[in-house]
Write a protein that binds this ligand. Structure first.
Ligand code: HEM
Length: 454
């Protein structure tokens, strides 16, 4: 048999369900067809899997057969053709080898103080005693963190210029309507006006590129290059197996990739952590008391459970170059096989009471590589996983030691699609109250001071 069964609806109906109500669509497929199901979209048949054994087979399968870069091609206008996200085969391996060392778990410690400082400055400006959405605030923090730790920019004026330009670029590509418009090659034209979404996008991208190329040029001649800790400086000194450095164009594409892959994702995961904690007061109380005692084990578990229950990216795809055998099916070349993060994390055989937020699941146990996959897996596993986990570990305590938060509304916020991520429907709406100064003493240690999660 070639493809597993799946919903019989026309392709356009299935893609509409996937775009408009993705969680309901995935759940109804799981209930009806189980942990392997074929979704039929206008451009591809996607076989969604949520059984860890099958997920393992895909993540450990031959990368020449299971191509990820091709399924990310739609990101090219933003990240560029040389981005690690878009490459496959030997070029992907080369790029990954260059990028990975600066993101090593232990290196992240060095960014702890800077991340805490950035977070604290932002948190001190959060509104008090009136509702506001957390996600835009965590997004401002994660953007600043990337500009400082990845790009290594310190100059205040350059930071503010880049911040404004990047906001323009990500605003354009982040809005749902514009995003869909920008993805359609037919709409990637100016239509003779500088006001068309494509023209605006191209102009914003050119401005960002000019700033990034300028930064790369300055850094190349920086006499302190060898001592610098930021990721751009490390990438400038990296050499591939032939001893070749990365070109400026390659560096530009990877900087934008790291920004696009790293800032909204981490910001959204942080927003979900607060949304879930505030809806589960006893868990929040437990976390606060652990932090007051200087522990980090429960915080680790809270972060893992947040990423299980509210994975920011619901699914990852591999496009088949050759037929691939999976669970008794001979999946044809041209089909996509897609480990479904969202459904795997809700599989009741792996996670009893899957809808409950229970960090205790992860106390004293490491999550299974093929059953806990918020960062994907195999040779495409997220390069920034340690970075994101570490950043969350610093930012969550930084917020909790300054503010007492309460949620707005009686119901948990459902998941809403924003471009390719799943965000809280109201961006995690909260009201904050400042903790009395003496309560600061409850959290004596510097936030996130100890170890990274992985
Ligand atoms: C909570 C935050 C994050 C989540 C949930 C997340 C999730 C993911 C996922 C699901 C993938 C695809 C993996 C696959 O196809 O198997 C991915 C890839 C990637 N992520 Fe992340 N990510 C996060 C943060 C970051 C950060 C902070 C960075 C860098 C600053 C980053 C950089 C990348 C890169 C470069 C790739 C492409 C890897 C490749 O194709 O080889 N991510 N991420």
């Amino acid at each position: 048999m070639a493809l597993p069964p799946g919903p019989p609806q026309p392709r356009l109906v299935q893609v509409a369900r996937w775009v408009v109500r993705p969680t309901e669509f995935m759940e109804s497929c799981f209930r009806r067809y189980g942990d392997i199901v074929t979704l039929r979209f206008p451009d591809v048949d996607a076989v969604a899997i949520s059984d860890p054994e099958a997920v393992k087979q895909v993540f450990t399968g031959d990368p020449e057969v299971l191509r990820a870069g091709e399924s990310n091609a739609f990101l090219e206008p933003v990240v560029g053709a040389r981005s690690v996200l878009l490459l496959d085969g030997p070029r992907h391996i080369r790029e990954r080898r260059l990028l990975l060392p600066p993101f090593h778990g232990e290196r992240m410690q060095r960014y702890g103080e800077l991340i805490a400082e950035i977070a604290e400055r932002d948190i001190d400006g959060w509104p008090i005693d009136r509702p506001f959405a957390i996600r835009p605030r965590t997004q401002a923090i994660t953007l600043e963190v990337i500009m400082r730790t990845v790009f290594g920019i310190e100059d205040v004026e350059r930071l503010s210029e880049l911040r404004a330009k990047l906001a323009e670029l990500t605003d354009i590509s982040g809005s749902r309507v514009r995003w869909v418009g920008l993805l359609l090659p037919a709409l990637q034209r100016s239509f003779g006006t500088s006001r068309s979404p494509w023209s605006q996008f191209v102009a914003a991208r050119a401005e960002v590129d000019a700033l990034l190329y300028d930064e790369i040029a300055r850094r190349r001649t920086d006499p302190r290059l060898a001592e610098r800790e930021d990721i751009l400086s490390l990438l400038l000194q990296a050499r591939d197996e032939e001893g070749e450095p990365m070109s400026d164009a390659e560096l530009r594409d990877e900087l934008v990739t790291l920004l696009v892959a790293g800032h909204e994702t981490t910001a959204t995961a942080l927003a979900w952590a607060f949304e879930l904690l505030l809806r589960n007061p006893s868990t929040l109380a437990q976390l606060e008391s652990e932090l007051a005692e200087g522990g980090e084990e429960y915080l680790d578990a809270v972060i893992k459970e947040t990423l299980r229950l509210r994975p920011v990216l619901p699914i990852v795809g591999r496009l088949l170059k050759e037929p691939f055998e999976l669970r008794g099916y001979e999946l044809p070349a041209g089909a996509m096989v897609a480990p479904c993060i969202y459904l795997t994390h809700r599989n009741p055989l792996i996670y009893p009471e899957p809808e409950r937020f229970m960090p205790e699941r992860f106390l004293d146990t490491q999550p299974d590589t093929y059953a806990w996959l918020p960062f994907g897996g195999g040779i495409r596993r997220c390069i920034g996983a340690s970075f994101a986990l570490f950043e969350m570990k610093v930012v969550i305590p930084a917020v909790l030691r300054r503010l007492r938060l309460r949620p707005v509304g009686d119901h948990p916020e459902p998941m809403r699609r924003r471009a390719i991520t799943f965000v809280p429907a109201r961006d995690a709406l909260v009201v904050a109250e400042r903790r009395a100064a003496d309560l600061d003493a409850e959290f004596p240690q510097a936030p996130g001071a100890a170890t990274a999660v992985v």
